[in-house]
Design a binder for this molecule. Structure first.
Ligand code: GLN
Ligand code: ZN
Length: 761
């Protein structure tokens, strides 16, 4: 007998634990405070608690609970299961992800267009894949013992290889190894069938993205080949294949027809965002000849309560479609990208609290959608209220803000005069050749963190906290003077986080207490939420900049986070286009620029490390994004005085692909991460780049102190591709995660390296 696919399910659930149990257990194990057995038992309890919690929330059918288990990362987990990677102990698994004294960690990179990061497997020419089914079997068995029939989840073979990278010196591409990898999946299938498992979930998000490694057609062909082979396995669980994070195109058809009849159940992302980007997607999906359709209607990436009536209507449309086996309801993506529950928030403004839906609440939405308004009338009434009060709220619609952005010119805006004219005006800054600077933050010492914690609990009064911060600023300025840096920073000790800091000071945001979301490994972030129109009630950074500048005759940079980065690291609105919020942030930050200028600040940096992050997965959507993203940055500096030098800073990714947009920011000086790739990026920089440039010359991601010779070599490498009169000398990124000892030594070497090279010019 085969069990039907459940009527309601979710694609995945946060793994970190409502009280960050997994984070704590991981960090305790890594630090040697608990042993392996204690760690495993903590992780086991958390998993069973999660299954119970999901069942209580309404996922009561067999196979409705996804067992998307992973200690560090889901790609790493699948890699270990299908044998893309090998580890013979728990410690060895973590060593792959985190590195050891002697071996570097595997690369980690962004998972689609989310803030989650996965471990990138490497595939060698002679790669073999040894299946390790016991990993999934243990999970299934453990759940069974606890009374749950769960659905194991793995990353699918096409996506696993599309996201892998060739091992050093490999001549083959990872996708060349598909057939061999599929053999390993077959073995897993057989082992699961043997254990009586009737449904397995395989995630294939690679099918929704335009990737550099393969075209849509190649990925679709890969899917056809892989799934035809898997469906042909005689003794196997039914295959539930998913396409989260966007719209699958050729790949959708491939999955619906692989092996003749197609996969046993097919998931599609039908979130508002995906539907907005892909015209007619709902119809395409409706007309798909699939055995069983799983409609990812509840948006798993945002935190808004769903409009259940609207979604139920879409469900009705799909049910009238061609899927012979019926239609189930799910989330658009795994819920790992949202916090656990709104119930953990006790300080949200009462009017907005009802607008939110985190993971647990989304589970209830999925269940209500499948049940319909007659059987779940309370849920629909609640949804109606949320939708109505939000639409009517003055938080969502601030007329003053709207009329201000409404009066802005359309299209691209241009600061005057253009770069050449400004460069002339900025000669008054009187900077030396190859000026040295840093990116903004200085080490956040345990003392500063302790002071912030004590201030939060009220133990440390406002005045004492301010004194502690001012003392830190003073010592950071003195240190920079001692080191002989040319353009100084105040060190950002007052900022817990470069986005949260601004979100707390701007109107239109709320911040959560417990809204933790996994970023990578045990690292979690607490993204602020954009709840409505954004404005700046008062100056946010001026007092700090003014104080720091009062301590030195050198220029101290004002330090702002740009609109795109603020949005990228927040939960955004779903009732307006992102460009609306971006424009609002642009003018709010422009006011801050003006106030900084009035306070005597001559150099202002607007950080946009996340510019590359929000780049849409589909090629055809990218230009539109870059246009509004660049515009919002330009709005910040639009009215800046010609003699004010505007800097920007970018990091965390390869910028080759968007170098036009980076140049288009029209900053006067751009600092950009480059040391780790040894100035590779300079090859992408040609005449399109007019402004001055500070390619990072030392990697701040480790405590290692780069020598004078090493840094001088990178400066010389930069000078091969870039003129000396426009080159700046700086580290890759901010220094807040570093200690003072190494920071001081590295910066001292940086200044010496500059001196050495400058003397030879
Ligand atoms: N100014 C910020 C800092 O130095 C920039 C951080 C970043 O680029 N991520 O911390
Ligand atoms: Zn940076």
């Amino acid at each position: 007998m085969t069990t039907n696919f459940p009527t309601a399910t979710i694609e995945g659930y946060p793994r970190i634990g409502a009280n960050r149990e997994l984070k704590r257990a991981l960090e305790a194990f890594w630090a040697g405070r608990i042993d392996e057995e204690t760690f495993r038992s903590a992780a086991h309890s958390l998993r069973v608690d999660t299954y119970n919690r999901l069942q209580d929330a309404g996922l009561k059918e067999d196979y409705s609970i996804p067992a998307d288990v992973a200690y560090y990362d889901q790609v790493l987990e699948t890699s270990l299961t299908v044998g893309t990677l090998q580890a013979d102990s728990l410690q060895a698994e973590f060593d792959l992800a985190r590195g050891t004294k002697d071996t570097p960690a595997l690369e980690m990179t962004k998972w689609f267009d989310t803030n989650y990061h996965y471990i990138v497997p490497e595939i060698a020419d002679d790669q073999s894949f040894t299946p390790n089914p016991q990993r999934v079997l243990d999970i299934v068995e453990e759940a069974k013992q606890a009374g749950h029939t769960v659905r194991p989840v793995l990353v699918g073979p096409v996506t696993l290889l599309a996201l892998a990278k060739p091992a050093l010196d490999a001549k083959t591409a990872p996708l060349d190894h598909l057939d061999a990898l599929v053999e390993s999946y077959k073995a897993i299938l057989e082992a699961l069938a043997e254990a009586g498992v009737e449904w397995l979930q395989l995630a294939e998000p690679a099918l929704v993205a335009d990737l550099a490694v393969a075209t849509d057609t190649e990925l679709a062909d890969a899917a056809t080949s892989a799934y035809s082979a898997l469906l042909a396995v005689e003794n196997r669980p039914q295959l539930y294949v998913t396409t989260p994070y966007g719209s699958a195109r050729k790949g959708l058809k491939a999955l619906a027809t692989a092996g003749g009849k197609g996969v046993d159940a097919l998931h599609v992302d039908l979130s508002v965002g995906t539907l907005a980007l892909t015209e007619g997607y709902l119809d395409t999906v409706k007309n798909l000849p699939v055995k069983h359709l799983v409609a990812g209607l509840v948006d798993g990436r945002n935190v808004w309560a769903a409009n259940l009536r609207d979604l139920r209507e879409k469900f009705g449309t799909l049910s009238a479609g061609t899927a012979p086996g019926g239609v189930s309801v799910s989330t658009s993506v795994s819920l790992q990208h949202v916090p656990h529950t709104v119930d953990a928030e006790t300080h949200l403004p009462v009017d907005v609290a009802t607008w939110f839906s985190f993971a647990d609440e989304k589970v209830a939405e999925v269940v209500a959608l499948a049940a319909g308004p007659l059987d779940a009338s309370e849920a629909y009434a609640k949804s109606d209220r949320a939708v109505r009060t939000r639409a009517e709220s003055a938080r969502s619609h601030n007329e003053a803000v709207q009329s201000r952005t409404g009066a802005l010119p359309e299209g691209q805006v241009q600061r005057q005069p253009e770069f050449a004219g400004r460069q002339k005006a900025q000669e008054a800054l009187d900077l030396p050749k190859l000026p040295t600077t840093t990116i903004g933050s200085f080490p956040q010492t345990p003392e500063i963190r302790a002071a912030r914690a004590a201030h939060r609990t009220g133990e440390l009064g406002d005045a004492d906290y301010q004194d502690a911060l001012r003392a830190e600023v003073k010592s950071v300025i003195e240190l920079q003077e001692r080191l002989g840096l040319d353009v100084l920073v105040h060190g950002e000790p007052e900022r817990n986080d470069m986005v949260q800091y601004f979100a707390e000071l701007l109107d239109g945001f709320v911040v959560t207490e417990n809204g933790w979301v996994q970023s990578y490994g045990s690292r979690c972030t607490r993204p602020p939420i954009v709840v409505g129109d954004i404005s700046r009630p008062e100056a946010m950074t001026v007092e700090w900049a003014k104080y720091a500048q009062s301590l030195s005759d050198k220029h101290v940079k004002g330090m702002l986070t740009g609109p795109v980065t603020i949005l990228a690291w927040s939960f955004v609105r779903d009732d307006v286009h992102q460009s609306v919020s971006a424009d609002q942030l642009g003018v709010a930050l422009a006011d801050e620029v003006r106030d900084l200028e009035e306070a005597g600040i001559k150099i202002i940096q607007i950080d946009e490390p996340a510019l590359r992050e929000l780049l849409p997965l589909r090629e055809e959507d990218r230009q539109e994004y870059l246009d509004w993203a660049v515009r919002s940055f330009r709005l910040v500096s639009l009215e800046a005085r010609p003699e004010t030098q505007i800097h920007t800073h970018l990091c965390y990714s390869e910028f080759g692909q968007i170098i036009d947009a980076v140049a288009g920011l029209d900053a006067d000086v751009t600092s950009i991460e480059a040391a780790r790739s040894r100035m590779e990026l300079l090859a992408d920089i040609d005449d399109r780049f007019h402004s001055e440039l500070g390619p990072g010359i030392y990697d701040i991601h480790s405590p290692r102190v780069p020598s004078v010779a090493e840094q001088a070599e990178l400066i010389r490498a930069a000078l091969k591709n870039f003129p000396a009169d426009r080159l700046w000398i700086n580290p890759d990124c901010g220094l807040k995660t570093r200690g003072y000892a190494e920071t001081e030594a590295a910066l001292r070497n940086m200044v010496l390296a500059r001196d050495e090279v400058a003397a030879s010019l």
